[in-house]
Design a protein around this ligand. Structure first.
Ligand code: HEM
Length: 460
């Protein structure tokens, strides 16, 4: 069967297509809903653009085969490319600079590197714990934004961002940077869901504001790079140092400085939004059911003591909890795959060169492989579970293949450390019963909510 025969949402309009079935603000959540209704593979047609969505675990798993499928830059990624052309995330795989940067940066994400970053991550956890002691009424969104940016700043660039701790007074325009970056990401993801007619019109009105934001964000990044180039006292063993001083083993070349700028921006953006989203989901669940945290503390965390690198690596209950958060609320809710040659997927012919959208958000909740309680948050689901390429479960929150997340171990170490450090000191509760609602701005991230952090030992 051809792709035009795929199931589609009801209420198709002549010419315009499935226009009634577009949710500009929560597109992937709406698509996950449609996947339940329409099955493991469906289409949504807008004018002549047909989006093919793969939401069933079995079919989604088939697209992970690198022989038959590859990565492709469409959707929000293509939009982001207009701003960050040659960063790791947005560069084409065929661009020699992508391979060069990936080779230069890979040691920056090794186990040895994580050991080196541990201390910087720990200082952020300490700063946050002090902040919560002074004010136990926690705005989770703003604190996780601050914590993740501080971590990438301090660990990756040896540059405190001025958002937490002693450095907070000396904020260097980071708040304005966060606001501008957030608007740019919103622009990239929302304009992808515009109708081909409306898009260009909206673009004209948004353009001056977005251009201003992009300039601000670039200036902020240039300052970080310039400060480093002038400061010879910093050792060049962090990510920024690697980028500025390491020669590629294959080409013998240094990265061009415009490329370093794109990489720094990529790391600031890719490294904070996603990780903050994950931490927020974890804190939500811990606060919604404090008994989950109590069990973790009883089993894995001796009261309040600082965790060293090896202890963090051994926190298996927290890792299971984090995986469950990634399964239910993947910060990157899906990714595009392109057929390298004609492929058959679920009985439909996907011609060579055709892209499909693999919706992790749906496939990671597919009851056919995750069970009847697939939609439920069960922190111990991953305890003792080892997923391999041949497991039936689809679980790809870090993407797949050579373009999968380079920051995976960094993100796992920082979220495990922060969750462990905070949980060992505080019992968390929601300040009022709220549902977890996710908004979409390139990432899937909780809407702001508050928790109350009560020091352990003085639990109400
Ligand atoms: C790529 C998820 C944290 C840097 C990706 C991809 C996913 C992902 C799904 C592949 C996207 C695609 O194929 O289109 C996540 C999640 C994170 C996280 C869920 C946190 C919970 C981080 C961190 C960093 C980072 C902390 C940096 C410090 C990158 C980069 C790429 C990438 C540079 C592009 C790699 C390439 O194409 O060579 N990430 N990420 N990410 N991520 Fe992450």
């Amino acid at each position: 069967k051809t792709l035009s025969e795929l199931p589609h949402p009801s209420g198709r309009v002549p010419l315009l297509g499935d226009i009634r079935s577009v949710d500009r603000h929560r597109p992937t959540q709406h698509e996950a809903h449609l996947a339940r209704e329409l099955g493991p593979i469906f289409q949504r047609l807008l004018l002549r653009d047909r989006l093919v969505v793969v939401g069933g675990a079995k079919l989604a798993k088939e697209t992970l085969d690198e022989q038959s499928w590859g990565r492709v830059l469409v959707g929000p990624l293509a939009k982001l490319r207009e701003i960050v052309t040659s960063g790791l995330f947005t560069a084409r795989s065929s661009d020699p600079l992508w391979g060069q940067a990936r080779r230069i940066l890979t040691p920056g994400f090794s186990q040895a590197a994580m050991r080196a970053y541990h201390h910087a991550m720990q200082t952020v956890a300490d700063d946050l714990a002090v902040k919560w002691k002074e004010d136990p009424d926690v705005d989770v969104h703003s604190d996780m934004t601050a914590a993740t940016l501080e971590i990438i700043g301090r660990a990756g660039f040896s540059t405190p961002m001025g958002l937490l701790g002693d450095h907070a007074a000396a904020s260097q325009g980071t708040d304005a940077f966060v606001a501008a970056l957030s608007r740019v990401l919103a622009w990239a993801s929302e304009s992808t869901n515009d109708l081909p007619v409306i898009g260009p019109i909206r673009e004209v009105f948004a353009a001056p504001g977005i251009r201003r934001d992009v300039n601000y964000v670039r200036g902020f990044v240039d300052d970080i790079i310039e400060r480093r180039q002038k400061d010879s006292s910093v050792e060049n063993d962090d990510l920024l140092g690697l980028m500025l001083t390491t020669r590629d083993t294959e080409t013998g070349e240094l990265l061009p400085v415009e490329n370093v700028r794109d990489q720094v921006l990529t790391f600031l953006a890719a490294g904070h939004e996603t990780t903050a989203a994950l931490l927020e989901v974890a804190l939500y669940h811990l606060a919604a059911d404090p008994s989950v945290g109590d069990l973790i503390v009883a089993e894995e965390l001796s009261d309040g003591a600082a965790l060293d690198y090896d202890e963090v690596v051994r926190l298996r209950r927290i890792k299971a909890l984090i995986n469950e958060c990634l399964r239910l609320c993947p910060p990157a809710p899906g990714f595009f795959r392109i057929a390298r040659s004609d492929q058959e997927l679920g009985g439909y012919l996907v011609p060579a060169g055709r892209a499909v959208f693999v919706l992790s958000l749906a496939a990671q909740r597919d009851p056919a492989v995750w069970g009847a309680d697939a939609d439920e948050f069960r922190a111990d689901r991953f305890l003792g579970k080892r997923l391999t390429a041949s497991s039936p479960e689809f679980f790809a929150p870090w993407g797949t293949g050579p373009r999968s997340c380079i920051g995976r171990q960094f993100a796992i170490h920082e979220t495990t450390l922060l969750t462990g450090a905070l949980l060992s000191k505080y019992r968390l509760t929601l300040d009022k019963p709220v549902e977890l609602r996710l908004r979409e701005r390139a990432t899937l991230r909780p809407e702001p909510f508050r928790i109350v952090a009560t020091p352990r030992g003085r639990t109400r």
